[in-house]
Design a protein around this ligand. Structure first.
Ligand SMILES: [Zn+2]
Length: 353
């Protein structure tokens, strides 16, 4: 997770998407890149804005594609201003984009990563000089049709030729992550949140608050009330409870005596292990129902023994009841070892096209 956090912080400091980078001059850009690469603060000290629980907060920076601050549209940019300012000068024909090399076998698709809420511009050629031809949201997945050298973005000249639906163009390699062929294997777990959701881990494994003993391998996600929860892997609903309702003593913020008064779903997988989703506000699946990975299970809440709305998930071996001793769980959409730590910010690929 450290590398991805550095990237997230770098984005937070630098602005958003590739658009920001077009406004700086060369030396400053190089200096920024050097600073960000070398002098990034420890991820544990990440600024609170990366940990904002609500990714849809109104305070988020405007979309670079539609907002005035888009550097591509700003007058000082000689590339953008030239056609309007010098009408008699016939515009040179658009340079043909370099011929992309075929994609590498291990990178048939990419996922937009590290752009926050702003997403990523898709360009007509591998540079920021011309206006975007489209936009990909954070977490979106696109097919790679080629790899090409282009404008250096933070010292990285790699651009990907991509296709997604009717959209085709180029994206900087700085803001995408390669996905392995075939997507995640069926026996892998993905984060229990909608595609592109960017969420902070409020308590990881061995957490001091409550993830110890039987719950030592659990994860808490910092999310608000009624956030959709998705199945981390396909399976069958082994247990579920959804009758803790508003007005009940243990509906939200209950103490240890509320541990048993909680809404939850437990899904049993093909390998016999189970995953639990706890503190839910609403449960939308029935017992014995078959669920696919990415399928909606219900909405988050703060029922049971809980400080407030969040999602608690853990993997376990069956023990004859809904809550058993936890076992290690790793996520295919979390970089590195797949085990996010307390304070890490993760981006879900669950349910992505
Ligand atoms: Zn927990």
């Amino acid at each position: 997770m450290r590398a991805s956090l550095v990237l997230v912080i770098a984005i937070a400091l630098a602005g958003c998407g590739d658009a920001t980078l077009a406004s700086g001059d060369g030396p400053d850009r190089a200096a920024d890149a050097a600073t960000l690469d070398v002098g990034t603060p420890d991820p544990d000290a990440s600024p609170p804005d990366t940990a904002a629980p609500d990714p849809d907060a109104d305070a988020s920076p405007p979309d670079p594609d539609v907002s005035p601050p888009d550097p591509d549209a700003s007058p000082p940019d000689p590339d953008a201003a030239a056609p309007d300012a010098t009408p008699p000068e016939p515009a040179p024909p658009d340079p043909a984009p370099p011929e992309p090399a075929p994609p590498a076998d291990d990178c048939p698709r990419v996922r937009v990563s590290g752009t926050g809420d702003d997403g990523l511009n898709v360009r007509p050629d591998p540079s920021t000089a011309r206006p975007p031809v489209g936009h990909l949201a954070e977490g979106a997945v696109a097919a790679v049709t080629g790899v090409v050298e282009g404008e250096a973005i933070r010292g990285d000249t790699t651009w990907f030729a991509i296709e997604r639906g009717d959209l085709a163009g180029f994206v900087s390699g700085v803001f995408v992550a390669c996905l392995p062929p075939g997507g995640p294997d069926d026996d892998e777990f993905l984060l229990p949140l909608a595609c592109g959701s960017r969420v902070r881990i409020s308590q990881g494994n061995d957490g001091a608050y409550s993830h110890n003993g039987r719950s030592r391998f659990a994860f808490d996600f910092s999310i608000g009330l009624d956030t959709p929860l998705l199945a981390m892997r396909a399976g069958r609903v082994a247990y579920r409870r959804g009758d803790v309702r508003p007005g009940d003593r243990c509906y939200s913020g209950g103490g240890p005596d509320c541990a048993a008064e909680v809404n939850y779903v437990v899904v049993e997988h093909a390998d016999g292990t189970q995953t639990q989703y706890a503190h839910m506000n609403r449960v939308d699946v029935d017992r014995d129902e078959r669920v696919e990975r990415g399928q909606h299970l219900g909405l988050s809440g703060g029922t049971g023994y809980s400080t407030g709305p969040h999602a608690h998930v853990a993997r376990q071996r069956p023990c004859g009841g809904p809550f058993c001793e936890s076992i290690p769980l790793s996520f295919a959409d979390v970089p590195g070892d797949g085990v996010p730590a307390t304070g890490d910010v993760v981006v879900s690929a669950n349910g992505c096209p």
